[in-house]
Design a binder for this molecule. Structure first.
Ligand SMILES: [Cu+2]
Length: 305
């Protein structure tokens, strides 16, 4: 069973993954065997007999599937409970999904984008919501998948079987960047995890050079998912060489990428939309501080030197 499981599905990396797989294989294999026997070709001129009524047959095809369904139901119900009942001592992380990134907020206030760090071998609870459309949080290795919806918290928990890294997908089609809406779960040993948390918490943007603040914003606030810094075109224009460049907007007007333009692009992305791009950038009004915005401006300047 374990061999087949590994052949067909991703590695079982959460404590309950084997339970989900066992039920899946049970349903699959019983159906497969039944169909192979029932619908095999018996002879060269095999035809379907004409039967108008048969009580024995009707009772049989009701009772046997009923028993099977009850097995699957009881088994599924018990696994579902395991997946839903969050242990009391779970480590809690808030998750915010927005087009097209995952943002994680840890109890000590640290935030990370697209990289979720968790303590290995400990229950972790995710409290999730979306800032725009419906997304869905899927980690195949853990056998978990949960919709992430605006204006409502949904929950999911898991416990890893050890340190390791596992890919996160969005599995609810959410727009042009949907297929790029990926991340990683990094399960770290407790000591390593605490060290990571402390290091992140000590990153003090008040004593960093502005361009570094900007680079940090680009990396940790999701800009990276849509804007490259190496000249490559993504969902949005690259930041490389953007400083003081002439911009053409879809309403026919033009402008120059100066401080005011960059600030406006961040706070009111829809005010001027570049030709060749869609108006899909989320506003960062209320999310980024003035210092962070000025950091981005300086970072873009530096990238154009
Ligand atoms: Cu999504």
């Amino acid at each position: 069973m374990d061999y087949i499981a590994r052949l067909l599905l991703p590695p079982q990396e959460s404590t309950f993954a084997h339970e989900v797989d066992a039920l899946f294989h049970f349903v699959n294999i019983t159906s497969l065997i039944y169909f192979a026997i029932k619908y095999r070709r018996r002879s060269d001129e095999d035809t379907t007999p004409l039967i108008t009524h048969n009580n024995t047959l009707e009772v049989t095809w009701t009772v046997i599937p009923l028993i099977l369904i009850m097995i699957v139901f009881a088994w599924g119900f018990s696994s579902y409970n395991t997946l839903r009942a969050v242990p009391d001592d779970a480590y809690e992380v808030y998750v915010r999904a927005y087009s097209f990134n995952w943002e994680f907020t840890y109890p000590n206030g640290v935030r990370s984008t697209n990289d979720l760090y968790v303590p290995a071998n400990k229950p972790v609870k995710l409290i999730m919501q979306s800032s725009d459309v419906i997304h869905s949080f899927f980690v195949p290795d853990f056998r978990i998948k949960q919709d992430v919806v605006p204006n409502r918290y949904t929950q999911q928990w898991f416990q890893t079987k050890g340190p390791g890294s596992h890919i996160i997908f969005c599995t609810e089609y959410c727009g042009v960047g949907h297929s790029d809406m990926m991340g990683m779960v990094y399960a770290l040993d407790e000591e390593e995890f605490n060290a990571w948390l402390e290091e992140e918490a000590s990153k003090d943007i008040d004593s960093m050079p502005l361009a570094e603040v900007g680079q940090l914003v680009w990396r940790s606030e999701g800009c990276m998912g849509c804007h490259s810094v190496d000249g490559a075109t993504g969902i949005g224009p690259t930041f490389q060489g953007l400083w003081m460049r002439e911009r053409n907007f879809i309403d026919g007007t033009t402008g120059v990428a100066d401080e005011g333009y960059i600030r406006e692009s961040i706070l009111q992305p829809g005010a001027k939309v570049n030709v060749g791009y869609q108006n899909i950038m989320p506003t960062y009004s209320g999310i980024l501080s003035d210092r962070q915005i000025e950091g981005v401006i300086e970072y873009i300047k530096e990238l154009s030197e």
